[in-house]
Write a protein that binds this ligand. Sequence first.
Ligand code: SF4
Ligand code: SF4
Length: 120
Amino acid sequence: MSVSNLHPCLTCGVCCQNYRVEFSVYELQSMGGTVPDAMTHEAGGNRFRMNGTQFHPVRCVALGPLPDIGPECVGCTIYEQRPRPCREFPFASYGCHDTRAKFGLPPLEEDDVQHWQEAA
Ligand code: SF4
Ligand code: SF4
């Protein structure tokens, strides 16, 4: 068994470069939620989006390097404050595998999936 020391998401981040991330206005900090207003824009009605996810190439403004964890590591710089669609996007789901394949990344190792899902 060979398991990565780092969670596979920390050397990936492609789901934050693939989807339009849209959520209710009530998730904004100014409305009592958690998402920093300055990283978002209005998407119509009572919906808001993460900046950078409204056009191609997609790259959420909150995706950034995590040098404290490792030199090549990337991740969500507002992880605890991220909006609901991000909280509900499951690691090792179809969408995860499909997005990795779209970006030319290798499939997740079964051992890694099992290990990190158990650790979650
Ligand atoms: S959930 Fe999947 S696509 Fe998203 S960062 Fe993690 S491994 Fe990559
Ligand atoms: S808010 Fe965070 S988790 Fe959501 S798309 Fe942006 S970087 Fe990714």
